[in-house]
Design a protein around this ligand. Sequence first.
Ligand code: WT7
Length: 628
Amino acid sequence: MGEHIDTLLKVSRVIDPPADLRAHAYIQDYDTAYRQSIADPEKFWDSIARELEWFSPWRQVLEWNYPWAKWFVGATCNIAYNCLDRHVKSWRKNKVAIIWVGEQGEERFFTYAELFRQVNQCANALKALGLRQGDRVTIYLPKIPEQIIAMLACARLGLIHSVVYSGFSAPALRSRIQDAEARLIITADVGYDRGKVIPLKPVVDEAIVQCPTIEKTVVVRREHPGMALSAPNEIDWTDWLADQSAHCDPVPVDAETPLYILYTSGTTGKPKGVVHVHGGYMVGTYITTKYVFDLKDEDVYFCVADPGWVTGHSYIVYGPLLNGATILTAEGKPDYPNPGRWWNLIARYGVSIFYTTPTAIRLLMKYGEDWPRRYDLSSLRILGSVGEPINPEAWEWFHRVTGGTHPIMDTWWQTETGMIMVTPLPCVPLKPGSATKPFLGVEADVVDREGHSVGTGGGFAVIKKPWPAMMRTIYKDPDRYLTYWNTIPNCYTAGDICHKDQDGYFWFMGRADDVVKVAGNRIGTAEVESALVSHEAVVEAAVIGKPHKTAGEMIKAFVILAQGYQESPELLNDLKAHVLKQLGKIAVPQEIEVVTALPKTRSGKIMRRVLKAKELGQDPGDISTLEE
Ligand code: WT7
């Protein structure tokens, strides 16, 4: 990318917040609230932290040794305690915490008290296996309530959970288990996808062959009759919990104690284990959920994410439960059994807050406006979008079909940031396609390579001060953590390019590095490339992202074949099947092109931007480092 970042912004309309919504919102005047928060961020975060329960107080809000942060220094707390016990002690005891709808139409309700009981039983079952504070547990489950129960049970004991998205294949799961050195894996017999049965346990069996740290496998059995398990290493979830007491004291942990590891893609083939901690993450997810969605006790909150990704961690599980919300979560795709699926759920459960993704909106757009029109969506009041830039066309469609008045919170953040960073609040005037402004207490900016603010214009999205939910490190790889903070001086570099307009609104424009966003999921080109070259027919591979109508971006691969191999439709299909096996469906290239050479720098690095420019018919920019 050159020094100059072009932007193709269309002039857009400004939409003022509905007056009644604003009048009842927690934050009614963003500018004043933001100015105050940023004048003394530590004071701001201190006051927010006091809304939650701590076992012992902090000596200091922030200890900042660039770029290492400690928040709420010396305090003890437990995030699961704040998600459950705090509510069970109150009138919320019998409030519905989770409404779960399965792909086959099943329905399960958990009150706060019931969720509390099952989490405690699970925590006792974890203890019975001899797991101790700091041990890692890999959770490889489909989107079922046990996924949430297992996460909270780990948190309750100070165990570190590593949730792996159930769409990942055995080798991808294996490398994540190996990196985390997990002692336990929790899985299910199967998942369901558009009516198809997806076996999961066999994937685990294949993965753990080379995972000597795994001692036991717990299996949630959904199918009848249940698949055979071999005792004593394989345990049925129901049996595992059966005799456990529904009381388990939460473990008070230091605020900086790791809560989870979540693997995300970067520019190398090895996924990064992003580490979040109990205290700061709790404060950040709690307040962003509350203020961004203006979450009140009467709301029914529906977030379509999967806890396999960070959105599910922060905005299905932790943030909403910290707020005592009623959460709707549904297994399955937005168009199965028909494209009315989500609209139907909104009508049926009276959803008032609906948090979704641009890729899902674009998919539903294809089916037309008749689908949403068929349902009573009058319970809605606030909408949300996350994962990639939302194009103004999709924004307008979403806004229109849901009633034409509800504000859309276009929330920008990352696995690494833990919490929403740039976003509207319900009182902020909206511009379709813009994530608007930084959240309270967050100093976000757009800068040039030297870290100078661009004022108005294009540049790199950065955060200039630490924030409580920031990742603390990359698991077992502190050097990789440092790269976020030493790319641009005195800033956390997000890796996104962004344009700031004359009103100070942020317009995110995608990644600056070699990361592709397929249907909102971040996929490292290097990971796909290494999967391709692990096939005997491929000697070299380069992967780029290409614009795609519904998925945002799609993966295109260029491959050089080994001697003796000829291009054929069979071979290309075989390569796709190979990537499917290595990484899973989301990483399979839609297009594979066989080439005889790849553009490289003199030092041998593949210049993906040259490939991309050529593919898209654009100017490749500075190619002075190109070998030929
Ligand atoms: C990357 C982070 C955030 C949770 C889900 C994805 C892109 C995310 C937006 C948005 C424009 C967005 C960025 C970011 N992104 N939200 N509202 N507008 N871009 O988390 O997988 O860690 O990906 O997603 O490029 O860096 P992630």
